[in-house]
Design a protein around this ligand. Structure first.
Ligand code: MN
Length: 194
């Protein structure tokens, strides 16, 4: 299912297309090259289609753009689930990249909660401030209403840490939101609804 969303404020202008069931080359352009690199890695390794055209007041601070991109992606993930067909609900992935190992665990449970055990030995990757990734994931979690645990176990290179984290996030997200073909949501919770 292709989901198209756009969001325009005084600070940012974001156009996003997401199709979790279609493998197509990701197209990401936020004006922040390292952020593009991470989002591309997430969609490519998650094997889903993601197109993002985003612009904003990054000359002031990339904060708004990074946060709002997470927000729109979270809204798209929630929408992908709006037909209420059964999905795997849980997903996890542990992905290395050279010296670094990261782990992502997800529960699509309608209760937003982020656990962020993520650290970076270097503050920046290129010109990108790594602490901004928390703003991205916090916004995504709030809008998608998911429980997301992000862990960077180790790694001496921040670029490798974040890249393994985004790859793991893509794989875990794709699996958790993947439709199982069963009817309804009954299989997903003992309460009958999540
Ligand atoms: Mn890289």
């Amino acid at each position: 299912m292709l989901i198209e969303l756009s969001r325009k404020t005084a600070e940012t202008d974001i156009k996003l297309k997401l199709d979790l069931e279609k493998k197509e080359k990701p197209q990401i352009n936020t004006g922040l090259p390292f952020f593009d690199h991470m989002l591309h890695a997430m969609a490519f390794h998650g094997k889903f289609y993601l197109k993002i055209e985003a612009s904003g007041d990054i000359d002031v601070d990339p904060h708004h753009l990074v946060e709002d991109t997470g927000l729109v992606l979270g809204q798209a993930l929630l929408k992908s689930f709006s037909d209420k067909s059964a999905i795997n609900r849980y997903g996890n992935a542990k992905i290395p990249m050279d010296d670094a190992l990261s782990e992502v665990i997800i529960d699509v449970c309608n209760r937003p909660y982020l656990v962020y055990q993520v650290g970076f030995p270097q503050e920046n990757s290129g010109s990108f401030a790594n602490f901004l990734f928390k703003e991205f994931f916090q916004a995504l979690v709030s809008e998608a209403k998911i429980n997301l645990h992000l862990i960077t176990h180790y790694g001496e290179n921040s670029h490798h840490r974040s890249e393994s984290l985004f790859k793991a996030a893509g794989i875990a997200i794709e699996y958790a939101f993947r439709k199982t073909g069963e009817k309804g949501t009954g299989s997903m919770s003992t309460k009958g609804i999540i």
